[in-house]
Design a protein around this ligand. Sequence first.
Ligand code: MF3
Ligand code: CO
Ligand code: CO
Length: 283
Amino acid sequence: MEHIEIMTPSMIEGMRASCELAADCLVHVGQHIRAGMTTEEINTLVHAYTIEHHAIPAPLDYKGFPKSVCTSPNEVVCHGIPGKYVLKNGDIVNVDVTMILPAKNGFFGDTSITFYVGEPSPEAKHVTEVARRSLELGIEQVRHGGRIGDIGAAISEYAHKMGCSVVREYVGHGIGRKFHMPPQVPHFGKRDTGTRLKAGMVFTIEPMINLGHYETELMADKWTVLTRDRSLSAQFEHTILVTRDGCDILTTRKEVVANSEDRDYADVGPRSCPAAYSARHPG
Ligand code: MF3
Ligand code: CO
Ligand code: CO
């Protein structure tokens, strides 16, 4: 079996710093998302934010990826390349930020959100809110002694109940001083199967939820992943530390994310969206 790193307290401090910055960057992006802007402009925002905070954008030059962030609108499942695409009213767009912080020993922090551009269709709302809630339910499963399969089971049971499908070809991953490490974290699966979780493991959960079929198609650019049936797809991602009594979400946002968590129909949960959740449930 592949070795899964158990992080020491000092490694965890490094992870906290890069994850916090990645989370702050998503809050920043939310304040600027609007119809009429290109995905290239999101790249410019994220790149500038990263450099200003003395970090490195992990996607840039990663296996030849040409930009500093992934932007995945509508039927794009993941790994969309920022470019000329102009966001329009009614679009949804996932922005996936990964930061490396050299001053804190070069750990990676990886997190993403799906944003609403203006007013979404009922279908866009549905797939986005199912994805948001499915991440919450996956996180709820994480604890020392639990198993990887518990996470995917919770996510896929909910997504299917809501009439959506779960992408299978792309999964969550261990993360640390490398972008992608063991274990793989599928967003489907069976309870009580798979690797046993231990305090100190760090990995992402990042369910990609489709309105139609789960199958995907890779575009000719070798990066952009589309739904095969061109149905809408949405995704949310956190980087998570397993602890003795549950987990610690390292990419927790301190503020409500504009153009996503601020919508009255946003199905925010206490774990994945604590600031937005407590704003709605005072006391
Ligand atoms: N951030 C993505 C993930 O969650 C990976 C992007 S790889 C890139 O794993 F090269 F496309 F940036
Ligand atoms: Co990831
Ligand atoms: Co990511």
